[in-house]
Design a binder for this molecule. Structure first.
Ligand code: NAD
Length: 528
């Protein structure tokens, strides 16, 4: 857009626009090859307005769905129906090349600058509405388990719903003001522009939902680089968002991706000059990569969350919480309990209570050895094929049959064992016995590896709880609860699926995807 066009557009808004009446909507145009909704187009009546997509002269969200002819259907399952095969086709935010995807997002973001905060709120509510629909939730969760071969359907449904319901929206963007004799200064949270978001295989749709809400609430457009193994379901989620946003009258292509996600495409996205910020949710490799691009980067990396249990804890509750947290989605969440450090005095009781709650104790050293051979690579890291598998599946692979009531495998070992040192992301939870709580805290700090991610402690000794919180410096510290309380399941506070320890934003929310910009009005608007 030319400067004069922007000036004219802004002038029209400021003068309380009184433009000509809208022309009636033309007959609905069919989009070849799609079976879902096709939205009637409303031609903008003003040449300036035309340039910014008719934002100024027509009420947003008034287009009718040509599928069901309703103006208010906006996302009922039928109108958002996209087959699994159709999810992989071009269109609805899916582009053939990264260059096309980024350019489309950049154009969308410029138009988005002219939407109101009320519009942003509606778009965010629209995204929430898609992914709180039971049928959609069940489908994307089932597809994720099928496509990635990881995780647990019921828990994926909980995680996707959580992302849709509890990711903060525009209310997160608060303005600072300073006024005085020299006038009025506002510090506003403004968009970065186009954000490149890299998503993990362990939370493919949860991250798309959470990042889309947060980035759009802050006025950005998002270009996603999904994990190739979760391609189908990630593209489906992105298409569902695009159709819904189209129904609500948003600029097209605010959320985009490429048809064939790959490392090359991720690299192209990171290098694209129109991408102003990068957000990597994944392992240490991709976090290091985005941090070395020279662009503003948010790195949400790996964790190895320890859980400390001391002799003052409510042991039956601690055991139940630990088994629940560590078995949630087969231990894939980056926040999930990855090793237990328990004081000797409470250890036997804790282990027996964990067994009562669905943990299977591997007490035979040869079983532990066979498990290690199954799940560890030669370098000692987790075998990808075992990540996110169930406890029954893992035991079945070494010839031990257990019922579905077994949710977690536990074993006693020493602090140097790879099960303790490595982030396994499978329901195998090592238990390390220590003489006292101070030793437990020191070991927990060591095993967290400085990720600043997540830790848990079960204790009724507030001084020791405080000591551990201060020393471990994690973004999330859960006291006397399961790890998932830290992302808002049974614990207070909002959720995020991008927990940025390495770059320091911590629990990301819309304000993490915004820049602090200063607007200074000199010698005016101070009314004190
Ligand atoms: P991963 O690092 O293998 O992949 C993450 C993403 O980065 C994928 O989209 C992948 O395609 C891409 N990628 C990886 N290496 C790349 C490279 N060299 N060049 C370009 N792109 C590359 O991680 P994963 O297995 O998908 O996810 C699990 C990891 O993510 C765990 O370590 C987990 O702790 C972490 N995680 C962190 C958070 C958080 O909020 N901190 C949330 C979820 C997962």
């Amino acid at each position: 857009m030319k400067d004069i066009d922007i000036e004219n557009a802004v002038a029209r808004v400021l003068s309380g626009y009184t433009g000509p009446a809208e022309t009636p909507a033309p007959a609905p145009a069919s989009k070849p090859g799609t079976t879902g909704c096709v939205w009637e187009t409303v031609k903008a009546v003003d040449p300036v307005d035309d340039i910014i997509g008719g934002m100024l002269t027509r009420a947003l969200g008034e287009r009718n769905c040509s599928n069901c002819k309703a103006g208010d259907c906006q996302g009922k399952a039928g109108c958002l129906s996209i087959s699994d095969a159709e999810a992989l086709e071009l269109g609805d935010g899916v582009f053939a090349t990264m260059d096309e995807a980024v350019n489309a997002a950049a154009e969308a973001q410029r138009k988005y600058l002219f939407c109101t905060m009320g519009d942003r709120k509606r778009f965010v509510e629209g995204i929430r509405a898609i992914f709180t629909d039971e049928a959609v939730l069940e489908r994307i969760s089932r597809l994720t388990v099928e496509q990635t071969g990881m995780g647990n359907l019921a828990h994926k449904i909980i995680k996707n719903r959580l992302a849709a319901e509890k990711t903060p929206g525009v209310e997160d963007l608060t303005t600072e003001a300073q006024s005085g004799d020299d006038g009025l200064t506002l510090v506003e949270l403004s968009p970065f522009g186009v954000i490149g978001a890299i998503t993990p295989t362990t939370n493919p749709t949860e991250t798309v939902i959470c990042n889309s809400i947060g980035m759009l609430a802050a006025g950005n457009a998002a270009v996603f680089s999904p994990h190739p193994r979760a391609k189908g379901v990630s593209l489906l989620a992105i298409k569902l968002i695009n159709r819904k946003l189209a129904a609500l009258g948003a600029p097209a292509n605010l959320v985009v991706t490429v048809q064939a996600p790959s490392i090359d495409n991720t690299n192209a996205m990171m290098a694209h000059p129109q991408v102003r910020m990068l957000v990597a949710t994944g392992g240490p490799g991709i976090v290091r990569t985005v941090m070395s691009t020279g662009k503003k980067a948010i790195g949400a990396g790996a964790g190895n969350p320890p859980v400390v249990v001391d002799e003052t804890a409510d042991i039956p509750k601690a055991a139940q919480d630990i088994v629940n947290g560590a078995s949630f989605d087969n231990n894939m969440p980056c926040i999930a309990e990855k090793e237990v450090i328990v004081v000797d005095q409470a250890a036997d009781f804790l282990i027996s209570e964990m067994q009562r709650n669905g943990a299977w104790l591997a007490s035979d050293p040869s079983v532990v050895e066979r498990l290690a051979q199954l799940v560890l690579t030669e370098k000692g890291g987790p075998q990808t094929g075992c990540v996110g598998k169930s406890a029954a599946w893992l035991l079945g692979q070494i010839g031990i049959q257990v019922g579905p009531d077994v949710r977690l495998i536990i074993l006693e070992t020493t602090k140097d064992h790879p099960f303790v040192q490595e982030e396994l992301m499978m329901p195998i939870l090592p238990v390390v016995r220590v003489p006292d709580v101070d030793t437990a805290i020191d070991l927990a700090v060591d095993l967290e590896h400085g990720n600043r991610h997540t830790a848990m402690m079960h204790s009724t000794n507030v001084r020791k709880l405080t000591k551990m919180a201060k020393l471990i410096q994690t973004t999330i510290f859960v006291k006397n609860g399961p790890s998932y309380a830290g992302i808002g399941v049974g614990g207070e506070g909002y959720t995020t699926f991008t927990i940025a320890g390495p770059t320091g934003e911590g629990l990301t929310s819309p304000r993490s995807f915004a820049r602090r910009r200063k607007c200074v009005m000199v010698e005016a608007l101070n009314v004190r």
